[in-house]
Every structure is written in structure tokens, then in C-alpha cells.
Design a protein around this ligand. Structure first.
Ligand code: SF4
Length: 248
């Protein structure tokens, strides 16, 4: 499908729910947000029909997102439907990982090809503070499972927040050296005027890279990480994984 700017569009993102089992401080208030009524949300069958129609127009890659997509009831049915479509060759998910370990095998059998985890901290205490409800160990189990099942490339999305996780950036780089994980530092988005996290806590990708170069020296530029996003990737010499940046 060619858009008005002559770009070839072959990638579709589907948000299957606005609900989430976490309450990240930069995303939601502690009590959560008012949910869209059930009857205003498309059914899984309707999402399936949209993917089929989009595939006829040239869509080949589909990403399932939320909220947290794995809390959507019967979500495996949607994966099965999409993977049965021969025009779709890539089905990925963005998840907070809380439920992933237990569902990983079924997701892979239903057609999942790769996974992005949202993970802002490698410290269980800090992770709990950021997500309010999250248990780091459960998410880590999910990440290990994704590597074991070879759902490559396994990506970690890290929203960079000054004073919250900026002291951990080096730990993420060390992780990319040891494991085949692709860490993407994401600049904080100023979502909504009431989001105090957007004011004063922003760190630019440039500043993060500078901080990392001071600690690790030069990174190699990496061009082989599969994906559809705008990330630029780098690799420490000899590292199993990479780091990347997603800018606003
Ligand atoms: S896991 Fe994602 S959707 Fe859920 S609260 Fe955190 S940032 Fe928001």
C-alpha cells in the first residue's frame, strides 16, 4: 500500500484493549483510567476481519498492543486467525510481560514471531515503584522464556526518565552484552498536560548516548535488527544484543 508520500506501508498496529494490569507512573493514575465501554471496543473477530482486509492492501506485518494485550480474553484466537492468513508473515506483540511466561508457548503456537517487552528498570524495587503493581521476577521469567523459544529479536523498551532509571542505563547495556536482547531507550513523551513526568524528567537520546559512551567507549552501528520502528541501533563490540534509541 503506497501512501500520499509514496511510502510503502506494510505494517499494522492493533491496540486490542485500553486496559492494563500495571499503573506506570508516567502513564496512568494509581486508580487507573476510565475504560472505554465494552460495546465500543472491536471484537476479536472484527480485528481479524480488519487484518484480512489490510492484508489485501499489502499489509504483511502486524503488531498486537494495548494497554496490555495479554489481558484481553481469548487473545490467542486473534493470533491464530492472523497466522492463518498467508499474506501476513510477521506477528509481534508489545507487552509488559507480566503474563507472558505462562502464555509464551501458546502464543508461539498461535503464530507469534517476536516480542517487545516494556521494561523500565532492572531493579525489582525500582520496577515496583515505577509500575506500582509490577513484579519484576514475573516479567524477567517472560523475557527468559522469549529467548528460550527464540522469539527473536526480543526487544526491551525502556522509557528513559531522569531521576527514575537514568542510573540504570549502563546496566541495560551490560545486559545487551550478555544476552541476545535489543534494548531501546525511548524518549519520554509529553502525554497530556497533566503529566508531570514530562516536565523536567526528559532525557534526550543524545544525552543518553553521551553518558553511555563515557562509560563504555565506542559502539558499532548495527543495521541488522528486524523491526518497523524508527530506532537506530548500536552494538558493543562482541555483544550478543544491541542498544537503540527511539526519539520523539
Ligand atoms: S505497562 Fe504500558 S500500558 Fe500498562 S501502565 Fe505501564 S506504560 Fe501504561
Amino acid at each position: 500500500m503506497i501512501d500520499n508520500h509514496q511510502r510503502n506501508i506494510n505494517y499494522l498496529r492493533i491496540s486490542v484493549t485500553d486496559r492494563c494490569n500495571l499503573r506506570c507512573v508516567y502513564c496512568m493514575p494509581p486508580e487507573g483510567v476510565k475504560h472505554t465501554p465494552h460495546w465500543e471496543i472491536l471484537s476479536l473477530e472484527e480485528f481479524g476481519r480488519i487484518v484480512d482486509a489490510a492484508s489485501d492492501l499489502g499489509i504483511k506485518k502486524v503488531r498486537i498492543t494495548g494497554g496490555e494485550p495479554l489481558i484481553r480474553k481469548n487473545i490467542l484466537d486473534l493470533f491464530e486467525h492472523i497466522s492463518a492468513n498467508p499474506k501476513i508473515d510477521d506477528i509481534s506483540i508489545t507487552t509488559n510481560g507480566v503474563l507472558f511466561a505462562d502464555m509464551a508457548k501458546d502464543l508461539k503456537n498461535a503464530g507469534l514471531t517476536r516480542v517487545n517487552f516494556s521494561l523500565d528498570s532492572l531493579s525489582p524495587d525500582n520496577f515496583k515503584d515505577i509500575t506500582r503493581l509490577g513484579k519484576f521476577d514475573a516479567v524477567w521469567k517472560g523475557i527468559e522464556k522469549a529467548i528460550e523459544l527464540e522469539l527473536h529479536p526480543v526487544k526491551l523498551n525502556v522509557v528513559a526518565v531522569r531521576g527514575v532509571n537514568d542510573r540504570e542505563f549502563g546496566d541495560f547495556v551490560r545486559l545487551s552484552r550478555e544476552l541476545p536482547l535489543h534494548v531501546r531507550f525511548i524518549e519520554l513523551m509529553p502525554i497530556g498536560e497533566c503529566n508531570p513526568w514530562a516536565v523536567g524528567n526528559f532525557i534526550s537520546a543524545e544525552e543518553i548516548m553521551q553518558q553511555l559512551q563515557e562509560e563504555f567507549g565506542t559502539f558499532d552501528i548495527e543495521t541488522k535488527v528486524t523491526g518497523n520502528g524508527p530506532a537506530k541501533y548500536y552494538r558493543l563490540p562482541g555483544a550478543k544484543g544491541t542498544i537503540g534509541f527511539i526519539t520523539q
